[in-house]
Design a protein around this ligand. Structure first.
Ligand code: OXD
Length: 306
């Protein structure tokens, strides 16, 4: 048996080092140097070339290197019987929550405004805090933790998701209640999984229902956002600003208008980067479970898409 690591354009050495410490006997093959495809039983992936997995006749488990699995599920050629798992890890959740809290506080305490004032030597003590009700779209492991931590800081939090939810700890709106959800919040955080149903959800129609001046934080996937519609919503005042960590094309092309737009705060998909040390034990546990024919951890529901 061997583990294939397939992450084109990403250096897998940190993963290899941790995996070797955890199991020095496990054979690792790194794409594109997979000389024995029939030996591959586990594939550990980030943005693999579509169709590649069909070359592994004995594949038993597919694991994402991160929390998202949209990069795996878009490959229609994957055998539907092979389980797909994702990383759910406290460190990943912790980083994501910290990033979102930073975004909410930046809006609430208006750091960009004071940075501008400093450049112009302006001393303006008016309205030092903005009212905030935070709407979290996607209330899974990451979204729920964001809500918990913001609520702990006494921010009002409201959840939204595509499915119905009963007995949720916080006010919750489902898909058909999107207008009510958007009316009740003025900071929107997108943490939805990327599926056919959620792609392009942050579009003109969505922004037109927002409370004017809403602040958007997108830490999910670039494909949730129709980028031209964001600029239009900022121009029209439906949005007052945005903080983005993800983009439709990554790295963001140099000619992209977001680079020069002062209303958009940007980071390069670093909100929550999987830490190999923290996450590798989960991969190893799943390899053990596959060998023992036991149920794997963090199994993805292919129909739901997460
Ligand atoms: C992930 C990511 O899905 O980094 O983990 O985007």
């Amino acid at each position: 048996m061997s583990l294939a690591i397939i992450s084109p354009g990403k250096n897998p050495n940190a993963w290899i080092n941790v995996i070797r410490t955890l199991d020095p006997t496990l054979k690792i093959q790194v794409y594109p140097d997979i000389s024995n495809p029939e030996e591959v039983e586990i594939a550990f992936l980030w943005q693999h070339p579509e169709g590649l997995l069909a070359k592994f006749p004995n594949l038993k488990l597919i694991s994402s290197m991160g929390a998202g699995v949209d990069h795996i599920l878009r490959d229609q050629s994957i055998d539907s019987k092979i389980p797909i798992v994702r990383i759910v890890d406290e460190k990943l959740t912790w980083s994501m929550t910290n990033y979102v809290v930073m975004g909410v506080l930046n809006y609430h305490r208006q750091l960009p405004r004071y940075q501008k004032d400093k450049l112009r030597k302006v001393w303006d003590m008016s309205t030092p805090e903005l009212e905030v009700t935070v709407g979290v779209m996607g209330v899974g492991a990451l979204g729920y933790d964001v809500m918990e931590k913001l609520a702990m800081m006494d921010f009002s939090v409201v959840g939204f998701g595509f499915s119905e939810k009963k007995d949720f700890k916080y006010p919750y709106y489902s898909k058909s209640e999107l207008p009510e959800f958007l009316k009740s919040v003025n900071v929107v955080i997108c943490l939805l999984p990327l599926t056919a149903a959620t792609e392009n959800v942050l579009n003109e129609a969505f922004f037109s229902k927002c409370t004017p001046g809403t602040y958007l934080i997108n830490v999910a996937r670039g494909k949730h956002l129709v980028e031209e519609d964001l600029i239009q919503a900022l121009d029209q005042g439906q949005l007052s600003g945005a903080m983005l960590d993800v983009y439709r094309t990554e790295p963001l092309p140099e000619t992209h208008p977001f680079w020069d737009d002062p209303r958009i705060t940007m980071t390069p998909h670093i909100a929550s980067v999987t830490n190999p040390k923290a996450a590798a034990p989960q991969l190893m546990e799943n390899i053990k479970r596959i060998k023992e024919n036991r149920e794997v951890l963090n199994l993805v529901d292919r129909i739901k898409g997460y």
